[in-house]
Design a binder for this molecule. Sequence first.
Ligand SMILES: *[C@@H]1O[C@H](CO)[C@@H](O)[C@H](O)[C@H]1NC(C)=O
Ligand SMILES: *[C@@H]1O[C@H](CO)[C@@H](O)[C@H](O)[C@H]1NC(C)=O
Ligand SMILES: *[C@@H]1O[C@H](CO)[C@@H](O)[C@H](O)[C@H]1NC(C)=O
Ligand SMILES: *[C@@H]1O[C@H](CO)[C@@H](O)[C@H](O)[C@H]1NC(C)=O
Ligand SMILES: *[C@@H]1O[C@H](CO)[C@@H](O)[C@H](O)[C@H]1NC(C)=O
Ligand SMILES: *[C@@H]1O[C@H](CO)[C@@H](O)[C@H](O)[C@H]1NC(C)=O
Length: 814
Amino acid sequence: MRATSLLRLLLICFYLLSIHTFGAAGVGDKLEKGQNLTDGDTLVSAGGSFTLGFFSPGVSTKRYLGVWFSVSNATIACWVANRDQPLVDKSGMLVFNDLGSLVLLDGSRRTVWSSDFSGGASAAAAQLLVSGNLVVHNGSSDVSLWQSFDHPSDTLLPDMKLGKNRWTGAEWQLTSWRSADDPAPGDYRRTLETKGLPELVVWRGNVKTYRTGPWNGLYFNGVPEVSAYAGKYPLRATTSPWEVTYGYTAAPGAPLTRVVVNHTGKAERWEWDASSWAWTRIFQGPRDPCDEYGRCGPFGLCDPEAASSGFCGCVEGFSFGSPPAATPPAQEVKGTTCQRHAALDCAGGTTTDGFAVVRGVKLPDTQNASVDMGVTLEECRARCFANCSCLAYAAADIRGGGDGSGCVMWADAIVDLRLVDMGQNLYLRLSKSELDDHKRFPVIPVAIPLASIVIILLVVFAIWWRRKRTIIGAIPQSHAMAVPLVSLAIIKDVTGNFSESNMIGQGGFSIVYKGQLPEGRTIAVKRLKQSVLTTKGKKDFAREVEVMVGLRQGSLVRLLAYCNEGKERILIYEYMQNKSLNFHIFGNVNLRASLNWARRLELIQGIAHGIAYLHGGSGDNVIHRDLKPGNILLDDEWKPKIADFGTAKLFAVDQIGPDQTIVVSPGYAAPEYARQGNMTLKCDVYSFGVILLETLSGRRNGGMQGLLSHAWGLWETNMIAELLDTTMVPLSESEPELLSKLTRCIQIGLLCVQETPCDRPTMSSVVSMLTSTASQIDRPRRRPPLDREGFVPSDSSHGLETELLIPTTTIDLT
Ligand SMILES: *[C@@H]1O[C@H](CO)[C@@H](O)[C@H](O)[C@H]1NC(C)=O
Ligand SMILES: *[C@@H]1O[C@H](CO)[C@@H](O)[C@H](O)[C@H]1NC(C)=O
Ligand SMILES: *[C@@H]1O[C@H](CO)[C@@H](O)[C@H](O)[C@H]1NC(C)=O
Ligand SMILES: *[C@@H]1O[C@H](CO)[C@@H](O)[C@H](O)[C@H]1NC(C)=O
Ligand SMILES: *[C@@H]1O[C@H](CO)[C@@H](O)[C@H](O)[C@H]1NC(C)=O
Ligand SMILES: *[C@@H]1O[C@H](CO)[C@@H](O)[C@H](O)[C@H]1NC(C)=O
């Protein structure tokens, strides 16, 4: 025993000695006084992750001193010394000067860069640490006189900080390169804002371009997706009398990572993927148009799903000044700002105002907000209520769960508010009249059989008709399945003249209102936006309706009636109490929990049945074209109801020009459609696959296909079960059957999202795979086969597809 431990000790001593010897020779990770480092020499951190030396970025021939990742073939520099003082040749040299500073000299021995530090200390050594930090110290003490982590370039590594040293006033910030080949400070900076709540902001000059939303105790409120890798790279924000900083660390064994503000102003997180020997981008912000700072103006609310309305709306109690009705929606927004409907009533210590909740948002800019971490949300409300200049409040910390704690109060405009998955609630001060208005429309659960709704509508129609004594329309009798054509006047009647308070949803092409029938029953009234309806779409509307009403299946939402009067095109559906799938699977923990695993599996089956029916079960081959969780409604028994089938075709198809939004939402569009516009049944299969994977993982795929690449990665490493939504109650050991059902389901999802359309199964075979547990299923393949033939549909069934809209319409309703 004793002998072996002595041996071990000797070995350790030898090891330490050998490291020291390397250092003394100027090889390894250290440069000492009297030594020099010339172009071609490098220092390599212990463990080998980082290299310091001279390099030329991209196509540039200029030479820079920097620290880069040793692994990647291309030089990915994470720190550059002489950013705006490039050397023109390879004659640079790094040495200690007589004053004891580390300096970079050019060919004529002029100083182009130096590690400045104050005080009379004299540096004797520079060392590249395991973390990639270059530190300069006096040789005998570990206290650094200077370190590169205090002078960031465009990259934040684990253990670095952004923010402010309150003691010295020093600030740590990232500055982008000027271009991919030029490390000189560029247009963009990324800082930690320290007024209000801490949050990361990208600036272009003095203008904010993107913010992450305030720190909520766990992550930055506007980017909840970072919690997906918070286990690997724990985030931390520190607020103390000494500093307000943000940084992250790397858990042991986690892959190399870096956060960069790129020369185009994008904040990105990259992760080294050793298996593919490449960097993978796992986060990028801004992500979508709603991340553009202040896009919708003060009191605006940006909705990333509302592309056709320019993404912008106003918070409750506000609306755009007076939008010119005739102009396209994107222009509507410009030049108009949200105006308050009814003035607040608060003065001299009394008020009749109240608060409305704006749910699920990235909280507005807190630059001018006042923050108190030490109170409850209830006290926060009381304070805001009592102070007439308080316009809104929210919880400042969500760690305790529930509604959160702490208090942030806004006294000036609400700026840069957007909807975001797992967002927070903002409580907005509104006049009493606005709030009363809101309360008039309680949610009434309903599930009305088709027959009774038709009867109700007919009764309403009859009453109205008698009252007006005017003939307003004809109910088509030609078709056994005909759906009632109702007049605009009736619809106005049941929706309070399309009152804003009855608005329950806004999609790209339509606004959905809740309608109250005389006995208090509820219907969903979908008013198509005329501004985006194509000329052809208008013509084909009636035919479309006729086909839609012929489609009847338990998983499709039922069309109850329609209106086609003047310029109005309106569809009336059953009202779905439980909103849409995205609301639950991407919502907060409680919303997610409302869909347990068994329910999710049932939902997926139901959706598959519905699409299979669209794809041929009805006799027609109907392509939905815009399948996404937002189009899957849930009834009061959590059964899925596919909505919007066919309507996507009414829009935009003949409008797709150079800068038009494509109809299918990014993240759900099959690659062949996104690339070449080939719309086939297999595009729906692809979208279904994405929905399936999103439903089980609780994560959005997004335009960058983040979820899919994650899922393929797990699949290839046999860890597919890790895709399952981690916010759900973990599967217990006693449920091996459920786990195998779930992984089988994921495998089916991956089959559906294969690159090559003909590799994807048909929806009917998806249904049989989902319903039988015994049958063997194929192993999905990630990569497309090399021959491009794969993109040509070879399946004979493709030729039989008919688009829902048949241009040779004979019905004329004008
Ligand atoms: C740099 O160091 C090498 C030995 O390591 C030495 O031969 C050379 O003279 C030094 N150059 C300068 C300019 O000090
Ligand atoms: C990087 O270099 C390695 C080893 O030399 C090589 O296998 C790999 O293909 C290279 N990767 C790229 C993207 O050039
Ligand atoms: C280095 O600094 C430490 C304190 O920071 C001091 O005690 C020590 O004497 C210094 N060594 C040299 C060689 O200057
Ligand atoms: C910067 O971001 C843009 C936009 O995402 C991307 O195309 C580009 O490759 C990035 N540049 C660098 C140097 O990472
Ligand atoms: C904060 O106040 C300053 C000074 O009044 C103003 O310029 C700025 O726009 C305000 N910021 C926000 C986000 O409201
Ligand atoms: C009311 O709020 C404003 C803005 O936050 C603040 O300046 C003022 O001190 C508050 N008044 C009282 C009485 O708390």
